[in-house]
Design a binder for this molecule. Structure first.
Ligand code: FAD
Length: 274
């Protein structure tokens, strides 16, 4: 059953607590399984931090990760530090040190607690981190489409697939579920090259996420309180669904508009943040 600590949330919202908890888990738990970052892994980590940190560092006014100031500041400092280090390998302990100690002194804070809200599961081991990672990358693809100049001067600005390629590299190198990484890599290899615009990148991730939902429906990965469905359901977005000759079809223009609203900064709720 569902515990008393259950937090109220709305399915029509995205929660900053999930995004911050996801970053916390990524930096303090997932990365910790790698003692040192070298070669491709180090490169992947740098690109990932570049994408989430945007940034003021590059004199860009827009940012991809619409986080709280303290968290964005932390990511920027991490990025500056990674860029300034001419090292070919970085011990994970050094990253953890930076994230934990140096940040706390200057008030650049990333909460120490995992606080799942829209991503809470009906029991431990369900939902949580993987849910937050999907959410993070949907937010990033949408932010990129809404503010095309957000990656200015990062070397990634000309590439509408930059966020998805970052996700692909991250999932393959770091995501704890290797089976998931393998599946995601197959999907990316098959169709990522067809993405030609920032809007298509938003829709590509939506389509692939639904493909994963379809594959996982009814399996052990499914939280019985959160059945895997083709998303968004008609109650979230009635106009996304149409029928042609008795067959369900998506209205992709409506889906794109819905994704941009749902994963837009204005729909990210600060509820339950510490
Ligand atoms: P999630 O699928 O995590 O979705 C999170 C939230 O995103 C949903 O609550 C909903 O609000 C929204 N959402 C749902 N569908 C869409 C969509 N199409 N577009 C936009 N938003 C949507 N688990 C496995 O067992 N096997 C795998 O192969 C596997 N591959 C994965 C690959 C990746 C890249 C990731 C990040 C995770 C993978 N997982 C896999 C985990 C799995 O997809 C779920 O994240 C996990 O089971 C938790 O499910 P959930 O109910 O929280 O919803």
């Amino acid at each position: 059953g569902i515990s008393e600590a259950w937090k109220d949330f709305e399915k029509s919202k995205v929660y900053m607590a999930d995004l911050e908890s996801g970053l916390h888990y990524l930096l303090r738990v997932e990365l910790a399984t790698h003692q040192t970052l070298v070669g491709e892994e180090l490169k992947t980590f740098k690109v990932f931090v570049t994408v989430v940190a945007k940034s003021v560092l590059f004199n860009s006014l827009s940012q991809l990760f619409p986080g709280r100031h303290s968290v964005v500041k932390l990511l920027e400092t991490l990025l500056e530090w990674l860029i300034s280090l001419p090292l070919e390998k970085i011990p994970y302990d050094a990253i953890l040190d930076l994230v934990n100690n140096k940040m706390r002194i200057s008030g650049m804070f990333l909460s120490n607690q995992l606080q799942w809200v829209g991503c809470q599961g009906s029991r431990v081991g369900l939902r949580g981190y993987p849910c937050s990672l999907w959410t993070l990358f949907h937010v990033l693809t949408v932010q990129a489409a809404r503010q095309p100049d957000a990656l200015a001067n990062t070397g990634l600005e000309e590439n509408p697939k930059a966020v998805l390629q970052t996700m692909r590299m991250y999932i393959v190198s770091f995501f704890g579920c290797q089976e998931c990484g393998k599946h995601f890599e197959e999907m990316a290899a098959e169709s990522l090259s067809q993405v030609k615009s920032l809007d298509q990148a938003v829709l590509w991730l939506w389509r692939k996420h639904n493909q994963v939902n379809g594959r996982l429906a009814g399996t052990m990965s499914e939280d019985p309180h959160f059945p895997k469905t083709q998303w968004p359901s008609p109650d979230l977005c009635p106009t996304c669904h149409e029928e042609q000759d008795g067959i369900h079809v998506w209205n992709e223009d409506k889906v794109l508009a819905f994704l941009k609203q749902h994963y837009g900064a204005a729909n990210i709720s600060p509820k339950h943040l510490h």
